[in-house]
Design a protein around this ligand. Structure first.
Ligand SMILES: Nc1nc2c(ncn2[C@@H]2O[C@H](COP(=O)(O)OP(=O)(O)O)[C@@H](O)[C@H]2O)c(=O)[nH]1
Ligand SMILES: [Mg+2]
Ligand SMILES: [Zn+2]
Ligand SMILES: [Zn+2]
Length: 405
């Protein structure tokens, strides 16, 4: 397979089709008619319909190429000035904040039943509410389909109706589109002018089986290749030695079972192969992409295992990353992995990646019961930790050591 190009200098990688796009190739889309404004009428956008697999929602004012100054151009048909940008390949919207601070696609990966769908639902909700406020950050969906799908497939069933989410269908039959968000953080220096930094959260709610090398879809492979950071979710119940640390009431996993294709180490190895395609690194050379590895569902662990541990504390710090806390959690998860005969995972990551960090989180905050969220509702615990670390790694969040040093 040819190794894919990184985004050209000053260019962007489209967060929908993952094609690298030079700035002069980015299209504009006419703002169209609205109220008394006389713009172009909507027409079927075939490139967009091809991407979404449906003509629904693909009737839009036309796109056009223009050199554009300061991110604006006049429509050659109707003369209206527009600032709406679109990918030249798939015609999805490219938000101007994304064009201005390119890169930083965060990808989420995990085996079937690792907790991806649940995590997506909860993380986005946290970012739109509590954590977003804490960080002075906004989370904005990049297209209307993302807004609708998040509500229909994630927020409504899990957060409102408190039903567990259905198992994700394979991309062969289910939706193949990612949810695309732009997370923008305003940093106010004491003397400097406020500055906005953006990060694209591109979340494919994949079925674990889509990551098997022989079945992997092209779009999915490109997603992994384009990722500037990876969040890798691991269900502790799938780790061989972890059963001893689990509360008695928790049933054995109904997920992957003995399927070696779903083992955490095998999945991360496949992702690593994809990343090596793009970065063109030699096998012995560590990859520069930061990887956050999170044990999900840590509410299933015996309380005794967590008592007096870093994982048991709530995260400290507000609007900053507490580096002491980060180190303590990292060490504790590492110790758990080694206790559970899963130390290999940690060793492998250390060999393949220049920078990986370990996390423990719970999206639900409690063990679900008969298809429903526990009585107290969804109470996420440390769900945002991996993202805070990535923001820190990207220079978008300050790190502090409260203990000094
Ligand atoms: N105890 C506990 N179980 C969880 C949590 N998150 C997910 N689960 C369980 O794991 C199952 C699989 O989660 P899901 O998000 O569908 O996994 P996916 O296949 O990776 O998308 C769910 O049905 C839940 O029963 C959590 O935070 N705590
Ligand atoms: Mg799922
Ligand atoms: Zn595109
Ligand atoms: Zn027009």
């Amino acid at each position: 397979m040819p190794s894919r190009q990184r985004a050209p200098r000053n260019g962007v990688t489209c967060p929908y089709c993952f094609e690298p796009v030079a700035p002069q190739r980015i299209l504009f889309r006419c703002r169209g008619q609205a109220g008394r404004r006389q713009g172009c009428a909507p027409v079927l956008d075939e490139a967009l319909a091809e991407y979404t697999g449906s003509t629904a929602g693909a009737s839009l004012p036309p796109v056009f190429a223009a050199s554009g100054r300061k991110g604006r151009a006049e429509c050659p048909e109707c003369g209206l000035a527009t600032g709406n940008r679109a990918c030249p390949e798939c015609h999805n919207p490219l938000p101007s904040a994304y064009c201005d601070s390119p890169g930083r696609i965060v990808a989420l990966v995990g085996a079937k039943n690792a907790g991806k769908s649940t995590y997506i639902a909860v993380l986005l909700h946290e970012l739109m509410n509590r954590v977003g406020t804490e960080l002075d950050a906004s989370l904005v969906a990049c297209d209307d389909r993302t807004i609708e799908r998040y509500k229909r497939d994630f927020a409504r069933p899990l957060l409102e109706e408190r039903r567990l989410l259905p198992t994700t269908a394979s991309a062969a039959t289910g939706p193949r589109e990612p949810l695309v968000y732009l997370l923008t953080r305003t940093r106010r220096g004491r003397f400097a002018r406020p500055r906005n930094d953006s990060l694209a959260l591109v979340l494919f709610d994949t079925a674990g089986e889509d990551l098997r090398s022989r079945e992997v879809t092209d779009l999915h492979l490109r997603y992994l290749e384009a990722a500037d950071a990876i969040v890798f979710l691991v269900d502790p119940l799938e780790l061989p030695g972890a059963r001893t640390g689990v509360r008695d009431a928790v049933a054995a996993p109904r997920g992957a079972g003995d399927d070696p294709d779903s083992e955490p180490l095998n999945i991360i190895a496949r992702v690593t192969d994809a990343l090596r395609q793009r970065h063109g690194t030699r096998p012995g050379e560590p990859l520069p992409v930061p990887v956050a590895v999170a044990l999900t569902k840590i509410d299933v662990l015996r309380p005794g295992l967590l008592r007096q541990s870093a994982l048991h504390r709530s995260r400290s710090g507000s609007g900053v990353l507490d580096l002491d806390d980060r180190d303590a959690v990292n060490e504790q998860v590492r110790a758990l992995l080694h206790d559970w005969q899963a130390g290999q995972l940690d060793t492998y990551l250390g060999q393949q990646y220049a920078d990986h960090a370990l996390f423990g989180l719970s999206a639900l905050g409690g063990v679900p019961d008969e298809g429903r969220v526990g009585a107290g509702g969804v109470r996420p615990y440390r769900a945002e930790d991996p993202l805070l670390w990535l923001l820190y790694r990207f220079g978008m969040l300050e790190g502090v050591r409260p203990g000094g040093g």
